[in-house]
Design a protein around this ligand. Structure first.
Ligand SMILES: Cc1cc2nc3c(=O)[nH]c(=O)nc-3n(C[C@H](O)[C@H](O)[C@H](O)COP(=O)(O)OP(=O)(O)OC[C@H]3O[C@@H](n4cnc5c(N)ncnc54)[C@H](O)[C@@H]3O)c2cc1C
Length: 282
């Protein structure tokens, strides 16, 4: 019989994590689907369950030293409603699942699930987000690009919990997100594209670009972004072919039940071109 732990404090949760092999449930929107059985039956959990979704210590949203700090149990709906969260962070969250799923699901869950099609990942990669992982022996911080090692694989240890997501803030003047799915809402991405930029007096001072669902993890490359930096909007078109080629070599899409590799590659490079041609030039 599976035990269910519902701790009242983070310290209690970490102690349980240390003493027992547990399956963490936060919002449960991935976990409940993964271990579902037929209608009317409880899920088939392989381990004792640790529910952390109600921990008050993981419910904060605040700004510290220019970073947005998001507690691991903050739901996606709470993020969307919060006045401290800038629109360029809300952009992909608005298109993630549906209101009902966002009322339960969390950014931490999306990260720990580490699906290649996780809709928050391109944004978190592009913005250089970090995660805090805690255990009874201490805390460590990792950039998201190190935390996620492959599709569905992370560096989370079996005694650790993700406690916080840290996103450096900046005065981006351009933000762009497109998600390609089988329908307008509640669709898992076939491909997605996220970008932000700082453009002042016509010059691109900074730009960050990340692709989703076209490789085991989100694809971002600083050397490609640097090609666009320092460029005037009117000169951008000259770089499109170089960037299509460079990114084309980095994307490694798969054929699966949702789409084909060819379609994913084609549409991703079209979105890159649209972002440069319309998002950055205008
Ligand atoms: C109908 C439906 C539609 C969906 N649509 C989308 C979509 O459009 N885009 C998308 O990206 N996703 C989608 N999802 C997937 C899911 O909703 C998201 O991945 C969500 O962000 C998961 O968050 P959660 O809190 O519910 O995670 P949970 O299910 O609670 O956990 C997910 C994984 O992370 C681990 N985990 C969670 N929090 C922690 C923590 N703090 N520390 C350590 N481990 C932790 C869990 O053990 C589990 O392995 C959809 C799901 C459903 C059911």
């Amino acid at each position: 019989m599976v035990k269910v732990f519902i701790p009242k404090t983070l310290a209690e949760a970490l102690s349980i994590r240390n003493l027992h092999k547990t399956l963490v449930i936060n919002g449960g929107t991935d976990v409940m689907v993964k271990f579902r059985r037929w209608s009317g039956m409880p899920p088939d959990f392989p381990l004792d369950v640790l529910h952390i979704g109600n921990l008050a210590e993981l419910k904060h949203i605040e700004i510290a030293e220019g970073n947005l700090m998001i507690g691991a149990a903050v739901t996606l709906s709470e993020l969307l409603e919060h006045p401290l969260v800038p629109d360029y962070i809300k952009l992909p969250i608005r298109q993630l699942a549906s209101p009902a799923i966002r009322n339960m699901g969390t950014l931490a869950g999306n990260l720990c699930n580490a699906s290649a099609s996780g809709d928050s990942l391109p944004m978190l990669y592009a913005l250089d987000a970090e995660v805090t992982l805690a255990s009874t022996t201490g805390m460590r911080k990792l950039p998201v690009g190190q935390f996620i090692t492959f599709a569905k694989q992370t560096l989370l240890r079996r005694d650790e919990l993700m406690t916080e997501i840290i996103i450096p803030l900046a005065d981006y003047t351009v933000s762009y997100y497109r998600k390609i799915g089988g329908r307008k809402v509640n669709a898992i991405s076939k491909a997605s594209f996220y970008a932000v930029a700082i453009k002042r007096e016509g010059i691109i001072e900074d730009v960050r670009i990340a692709f989703g669902s076209v490789a085991p993890t989100a694809v971002r490359d600083r050397s490609c972004e640097e090609i666009l930096m320092g460029t005037a909007g009117t000169e951008l078109a000259a770089n499109i072919e170089t960037l299509r080629t460079r990114y084309g070599e980095l994307l490694a899409p798969l054929d699966d039940s949702r789409s084909t590799a060819d379609y994913r590659r084609h549409v991703s490079l079209q979105l890159l071109e649209d972002f440069i041609g319309r998002g950055l030039v205008t």
